[in-house]
Design a protein around this ligand. Structure first.
Ligand SMILES: [Zn+2]
Length: 405
């Protein structure tokens, strides 16, 4: 007899996506979006090339100047910026005009890549003493920093417009859910990758696409009126989009019901539309599962792994992981995929074969969770002359484009 523990896990790490949709209307569009850049026990380096001021949470100015030479920001009781030791748990940096703020995070003593940001930066102290850095920036600048990180530089202008509208919709949905929290979105893959001010010719093309679609979002009808929805997108669906209801237990808005037939993503580069075989050893997988899930604590080995259930669209939905002692844990496929590694198990549309010391992933289709917009499919359609609005309505059935502000 095996002890079965069922992990009812949500995949998509953004908590707001399980709730009711948000109203479309501003003032969401006019409040700045608060993007969590990072949280670091080692602090960061800050440089400002224009007149600036530092204010407390009460709005009191504690320092100002014509520019700020690069200084280390750390937590030392309160926030410390270079030689300026404050007792404050929250300090906001305001920069005049088109001045640029550059921030480089420290991780394990090493300075990471510096990035430049528009808008304000809030430094605060988390309950456990870790420095939290949040960029408060207007949503259009934010989207300009997302599009070049979430889209491929091979995409044409029409796809960049579609990407901008989807990213703006997603952001507004999350902003409505998280108004009472200390930030709206993380700057990483758990939400949308955001790298601050984008440069180069791709950055410029992305900014033009954002400008051309300013204020435009996707909405769908509900009994309470038009609502934005959690406009998920992923690299390639591999043939058919996934339904939100197969991934998490929540009300599925029509645009995310999945099943959209798409072979337009077959234009994607290698290992996106089709992939595999890929392999991971069971010992590596166990340590990755243990890093993520308490339920695997105490396990010393993995025995059998098998697919228990597939969705009606053919993706793996539930995976059984057994220890050699006969313990068994059922996992939803998407958290299992992220534990394996999203580059190794590139989608849940594949075969999972047990080959003794390893598992082999074969016949892979698509890259990413497959919900909502298929990004390479969008580019495939754009190359056939379709417009952004038409493409988005195809991948988000029942949606329409509205102006939020
Ligand atoms: Zn596709």
């Amino acid at each position: 007899m095996s002890a079965i523990a069922v992990l009812a896990l949500l995949i998509v790490s953004t908590p707001g996506c399980t709730r009711e949709p948000a109203p479309v209307e501003a003032p969401l569009g006019v409040r700045p979006v608060r993007v969590l850049l990072f949280e670091s026990g080692d602090g960061c380096e800050l440089c400002v090339d224009a007149p600036f001021s530092l204010t407390t949470a009460d709005g009191e100015t504690i320092d100002s100047g014509e520019a700020l030479e690069c200084a280390r920001v750390t937590v030392n009781e309160g926030i410390r910026i270079g030689d300026l030791q404050t007792e404050e748990e929250s300090v906001t940096l305001l920069v005049e005009g088109y001045g640029k703020t550059t921030i480089a995070r420290f991780r394990k003593g090493e300075k990471q890549t510096a990035r430049s940001y528009a808008g304000e930066i809030e430094f605060s102290v988390r309950d456990d003493g870790v420095l939290r850095v949040v960029n408060r920036v207007d949503i259009e600048s934010y989207i300009s920093g997302v599009v070049p990180r979430e889209a491929s530089s091979a995409f044409g202008d029409e796809s960049l417009k579609g990407q901008a509208i989807a990213a703006r919709t997603y952001a507004m949905y999350i902003m409505a859910q998280r108004a009472d929290r200390s930030y709206d979105l993380r700057a990483s893959e758990g939400a949308q990758v955001y790298g601050g001010i984008a440069t180069g010719s791709f950055g410029r093309r992305a900014s033009e696409a954002v400008e051309a679609t300013r204020g435009l979002v996707l909405s769908h009808s509900t009994p309470d009126g038009p609502r934005v929805f959690c406009a998920y997108y992923s690299s390639a669906c591999g043939g058919r989009s996934q339904s939100l209801s197969d991934v998490q237990q929540s009300k599925t808005p029509e645009p995310l019901r999945g099943g959209v037939q798409c072979d337009f993503c077959s234009i994607a580069p290698k290992n996106i539309y089709r992939w595999g075989p890929n392999e991971i050893t069971k010992s590596k997988l166990l340590s990755r599962l243990q890093n993520r899930r308490k339920a695997f604590e105490g396990w010393t080995s993995i025995g059998d792994i098998r697919v228990v259930k597939r969705t009606s669209f053919g993706r793996v939905q539930t995976v059984s992981v057994q220890s050699k002692k006969g313990e068994e844990i059922l996992m939803r496929a998407e958290p299992f995929r992220l534990a394996v590694g999203s580059r190794t198990m590139r989608s849940t549309h594949c075969q999972i074969l047990d080959s003794g010391a390893s598992i082999r992933l074969t016949d892979g289709q698509g890259f990413g969770h497959g919900l909502g917009l298929c990004q390479w499919g969008m580019e495939g359609l754009a190359r056939q002359g379709r417009q952004a609005g038409e493409i988005l309505r195809f991948y988000y059935p029942g949606s329409r484009i509205v102006r939020a502000y």
